[in-house]
Design a protein around this ligand. Structure first.
Ligand SMILES: Cc1ncc(COP(=O)(O)O)c(C=O)c1O
Length: 430
């Protein structure tokens, strides 16, 4: 059979993330994956710099994750969660409660990151509703935020960044403060939070919650900001009776150097969303955790019923693999792995700062970002092929070339990724 058959069918019939069927973009077929390598149908192997969008922290085809999945399949792949429970859900929830901040004691197992955000928003609105404050239904977010693609999540994502703006008229109108911009606590100035402060104080009677990606804004621009911003926000939320939702779907499980980014600010959210790396990238699963204040607050209406319950909630197969992935992470020397990756990213990416096309280079934990002055959209005809020809998998976005590799990547493979970034910039310069 022609090895391009799949690609032809795919181009004609299958939507990819943010893709067009009318004008299909360059697609590669992966036949298998192992460690940090993806094998393509033309026999080439490429090094994964994306961790399949923050998720495959232990690499692909991991023997322990494989074994966990196989064992669970032989026992029970799925059972409904309404009226039933099972060991994998109990084990996973216990692990999540143990590894997150002490006040977070209750878990909702959601089926994707976006759904975890929907559930968080519902929790916040239900909390205030049950307190006799039905007018507290809006959220305060920040510019450059990204929280997912479902309608509730879109409504708290940057309204102007082009990803969702065509839905503007059907989305609830939330409030947006300027994107956090102070990079280091030492440079903190009161003006860094001034607009946020004004919005929360003026709208406190309508606000159910603040929602933020702590320390790293991901798909909204790969922007980093300082812990002091989070401390200030936490204090303002307490002052104005507004709940704090932290979305650690991208940053959670070690990526920024601490298990959760909020630890670097020494604060705790009322509601926490996790996902992506939760299953080590094996399958979709996310979770929304909350503190007793939220649980008791929701229960104040007499029922305590949280209005959400998807068909695949608490899927045993996903929970079992997630348990194994969390064990793997906690048994590993992940802090050292992240520090080593961080140092190498600093050493190998910072020199690109002097190139004409480069606006900024930044590194945080196992995340390396090269921001260009111009967006890459026009280059998309040749760029994906050029990147794969360098033996790597990197997926630039707007004016960003960024990597967040699996934590198990070795020095040589990481160098191949950083060199490939250099080659891309060189090629763009010609
Ligand atoms: C911070 C953040 N929140 C939420 C989401 C949505 O997660 P999912 O794609 O699993 O729905 C993402 C996905 O990129 C994310 O980065």
């Amino acid at each position: 059979m022609d090895k391009n058959n799949n690609l032809i069918f795919d181009a004609q019939h299958i939507w990819h993330p943010y893709s067009s069927i009318a004008k299909p973009s360059c697609i590669h077929e992966v036949v298998s994956a192992d460690g940090v390598r993806l094998s393509l149908n033309d026999g080439r192997e490429i090094i994964d710099g994306m961790s399949s969008w923050w998720s495959t922290i232990h690499g692909y085809n991991h023997p322990r994750l494989n074994a966990a999945a196989k064992e669970q399949i032989d026992q029970m792949s799925h059972v409904m969660f309404g009226g039933l429970t099972h060991q994998p859900a109990v084990d996973l929830s216990r692990k999540l409660i143990e590894m997150t901040a002490a006040p977070l004691q209750t878990v909702f197992l959601a089926d994707s990151g976006s759904i975890a955000v929907e559930v968080a928003i519902k929790m916040a609105i239900q909390y205030h509703f049950a307190q006799g404050q039905p007018n507290k239904q809006r959220l305060l977010s920040v510019h450059n935020a990204y929280h997912g693609d479902t309608f509730g999540a879109m409504a708290v994502s940057d309204p102007e960044n082009g990803m969702h703006n065509m839905f503007e008229h059907v989305l609830p109108k939330h409030l947006f403060a300027p994107a956090p911009s102070c990079k280091n606590d030492e440079d903190w100035q009161e003006s860094d939070i001034a607009e946020f402060k004004k919005l929360i104080s003026e709208n406190q009677h309508e606000l159910a919650a603040v929602i933020l990606e702590p320390l790293v804004q991901g798909a909204g621009g790969m922007r980093f900001y300082c812990p002091e911003y989070l401390r200030q926000v936490r204090a303002l939320c307490d002052q104005y009776d507004v709940l704090l939702i932290l979305d650690e779907i991208a940053t959670g499980f070690g990526r920024t150097g601490s298990l959760f980014a909020y630890e670097q600010a020494d604060i705790c959210p009322d509601i926490l969303c996790v996902g992506k790396a939760l299953t080590g990238g094996y399958m979709t699963l996310a979770a929304t955790l909350c503190n007793d204040k939220v649980v008791k607050g929701i229960a104040a209406d007499g029922s305590g019923v949280l209005m959400h319950g998807p068909t695949f909630m608490g899927n045993p197969l996903a929970c079992r693999v997630a348990c194994e992935s969390l064990d793997l992470l906690l048994e590993s020397d992940w802090q050292q792995q992240i520090k080593t990756i961080e140092q190498q990213l600093i050493n190998e990416l910072m020199p690109y700062q002097s190139m004409d096309l480069v606006k900024d280079v930044r590194v945080k934990g196992a995340i390396g970002v090269v921001e260009l002055h111009q967006p890459l959209d026009e280059q998309m005809d040749w760029l994906p092929k050029f990147i794969v020809d360098q033996g790597v998998w990197i997926r630039p976005f707007r004016n960003l070339i960024y990597i967040m590799p699996p934590y198990i990547i070795n020095e040589d493979d990481l160098t191949r990724l950083t060199r490939a970034i250099g080659k891309i910039i060189e090629r763009l310069s010609n």
